[in-house]
Design a protein around this ligand. Structure first.
Ligand code: AHG
Ligand code: MN
Ligand code: MN
Length: 327
């Protein structure tokens, strides 16, 4: 059964919202609240740096590659530093899994939480002033506090998430998150430096008319995906693909739609990463009434075998995902 959903008046500040809803967490509520605040704070710093991206010379590749062999943009590195620093200072996180680091980072051994993060998603879009995002998942630590971090701590399945969310640095900056009691969205008010509740209890339409997929790779889609894309065209659905997962997901959640990153010849397991891209968005999708799968099985049930594992990703309105699964 779906857990009770949080209802709060529009306009309430994020800090107050987090405090008001502390009793929804099973235990250690103060710590999880603090952790959410730390993420919000770091996102404000990243937001400030992002807004300056067109003004100062922090653009372009840094010449290094990230853990999955892609070129890092300077802001990827900066965002990773900002989030890592905030979570280390906050003290609640024992291990941090990041797109930007090969292995997990030990932060505070007496912290009770594990965080997986894509500090900057869609970073190739920064140079052209298109929306980007941050994606995060929060897990409760499995091992005893004070003991060394184990693989069991860092390779938890999506259904073990206690909270997850994203920050969308778009035409306005938004923080959208869930603690398993529905999804709430907050919009950043830059002159006050605060997030305010603007999208309470977000629900995604059960069906939709938007499909988001990079059709440049359509020659190597499997039959199931090829058939589904043909169905979308037959139905005269609208194609929308920003190439920034958070922005594509956000639009589809609000309007009703499906996002697919399937297996392709170049990326036989899809391109997106289970631990710090798909799990968080799958949790949010389900909490808003939608669905997420790898084309067959529920994303949140996949037991990860490595930190940077990729999965095909089908997410969005329930009826569309079901149709895509059935070809
Ligand atoms: P990141 O910038 O963190 O590497 O992620 C980029 C991802 C995602 O945001 C987007 O939907 C997808 O890559 C786009 O990939 P294609 O260009 O292959 O469509
Ligand atoms: Mn990403
Ligand atoms: Mn990234």
């Amino acid at each position: 059964m779906e857990a009770s959903r949080i209802a709060q008046p529009i306009g309430i500040a994020l800090d107050r919202f987090i405090k008001n809803n502390q009793d929804h967490f099973a235990y250690a509520s103060g710590e999880l609240s603090q952790l959410l605040r730390d993420i919000a704070l770091a996102s404000k710093v990243v937001n400030r740096e992002m807004n300056k991206a067109g003004l100062i010379d922090i653009m372009g590749p840094m010449g290094s590659q990230n853990s999955t062999g892609e070129e890092q943009q300077k802001l990827d590195v900066l965002a990773n530093i900002r989030f890592t620093r905030a979570l280390k200072k906050g003290g609640e996180v024992c291990a941090l899994i990041s797109e930007e680091s090969e292995t997990f980072e030990d932060l505070n051994n007496d912290g009770g939480y594990v965080v997986a993060i894509d500090p900057l998603d869609g970073s190739s879009n920064i140079d052209v002033n298109v929306s980007v995002g941050t994606i995060f998942s929060i897990y409760r630590r499995k091992s005893q506090i004070g003991k060394p971090i184990t693989l069991e701590d860092v390779l938890q399945k999506g259904s073990d998430q206690v909270a997850a969310g994203y920050v969308l640095y778009g035409s306005s900056t938004m923080l959208v998150y869930t603690t398993g009691h529905g999804v709430n969205g907050f919009t950043f008010e830059p002159s006050l430096g605060e997030f305010f509740l603007s999208h309470p209890d977000m629900r995604t339409p059960e069906d939709g008319k938007i499909y988001s997929i990079n059709e440049g790779s359509s020659n190597s889609f499997d039959n199931q995906v090829t058939k589904y894309v043909a169905h979308c065209k037959e139905k005269k659905f609208t194609a929308r693909y920003i190439g920034s997962l958070v922005a594509d997901f956000h639009r589809n959640m609000l309007k009703g739609g499906i996002y697919i990153y399937p297996a392709t010849a170049k990326d036989p397991n899809g391109k997106l990463r289970l631990m710090y891209e798909c799990n968080a968005l799958a949790f949010l999708a389900e909490q808003s009434g939608g669905k997420a799968s790898n084309g067959k099985d529920r994303i949140l049930d996949i037991i990860p075998t490595s930190l940077h594992q990729r999965v095909p990703f089908f997410v969005g309105s329930t009826k569309m995902v079901e149709k895509a699964e059935n070809g």
